[in-house]
Design a protein around this ligand. Structure first.
Ligand code: ADP
Ligand code: NI
Length: 217
């Protein structure tokens, strides 16, 4: 039995936890992922409680801001759900989502798959593409004090996990290094459809960007 106010309690918990989070991973990112996850879940046979909890808790503590500690997010989420007396099986499913969702950590546990993970992962990836994805990307690049674009520096398409973390190539390169790759990584049909639209939008943005870079003719 799931208590009726579990989701609203989780929302409050996440909002408080993320009060000082940076712009790319703040409460509004969670809210967008949560909405998209619910949207996608309507077309799938799945446990919507697990989807909602997974979406709400997926970025509760990013290892990037905790000395690379991959265990911190799952730990905080488990403690919260245990305190709320959520059923052990549901907790385990939610924790698996948090552990396996990340683009880089996509092979954290190669054995684990679930429709709920597929849905939340798609929802998270959708927030990295399209207009929002572009905004988040430039926000991140600015935070890292990177160039917007440098025609001399080609994107590095063969980055290792370590290089990806420390790479300092201009922000535009990130389109090729990550954003354009996401459309083919979507799990669900609904996710694929939305991703296709957002992908086209990014292509349009880039061609306009290059045209403006060259100067008005
Ligand atoms: P996620 O939260 O999906 O694991 P990240 O933490 O890697 O993704 O990135 C958060 C946001 O910052 C995403 O929108 C991503 O595209 C963007 N970002 C990550 N790395 C870079 C980078 N090297 N250059 C520009 N944007 C980046
Ligand atoms: Ni996320």
């Amino acid at each position: 039995m799931i208590q009726p106010d579990l989701i609203s309690k989780t929302i409050s918990f996440v909002k408080t936890k993320l009060e000082n989070a940076e712009g790319g991973h703040d409460w509004f990112h969670i809210e967008r992922v949560y909405r998209n996850a619910i949207l996608i879940s309507k077309d799938e046979v799945c446990d919507t409680t697990i989807v909602q909890l997974g979406a709400l808790l997926h970025d509760i503590a990013d290892s990037k801001f905790h000395d690379g500690d991959e265990a911190i997010g799952p730990k905080i989420a488990r403690e919260f759900l245990l305190a709320e007396k959520v059923n052990e099986e549901i907790i385990n499913q939610v924790i698996k989502i948090i552990e396996n969702i990340s683009y880089k950590g996509g092979n954290f546990d190669k054995q684990f798959t679930s429709i709920e993970l597929d849905i939340v992962q798609d929802a998270d990836r959708l927030d990295a593409i399209g207009a929002i994805g572009i905004a988040r990307m430039f926000n991140y690049g600015g935070f890292k004090n990177r160039l917007i674009y440098d025609p001399q520096i080609a994107p590095n398409l063969k980055m290792t996990k370590e290089e990806y973390k420390t790479n300092s190539s201009p922000t535009i390169n990130h389109f090729y290094e990550k954003l354009f790759l996401l459309k083919d990584k979507m799990n669900t049909e609904t996710g694929k459809e939305i991703a296709k639209k957002r992908h086209r939008y990014m292509e349009g943005f880039l061609s306009q960007f290059y045209a403006e870079w060259e100067g008005e003719k």
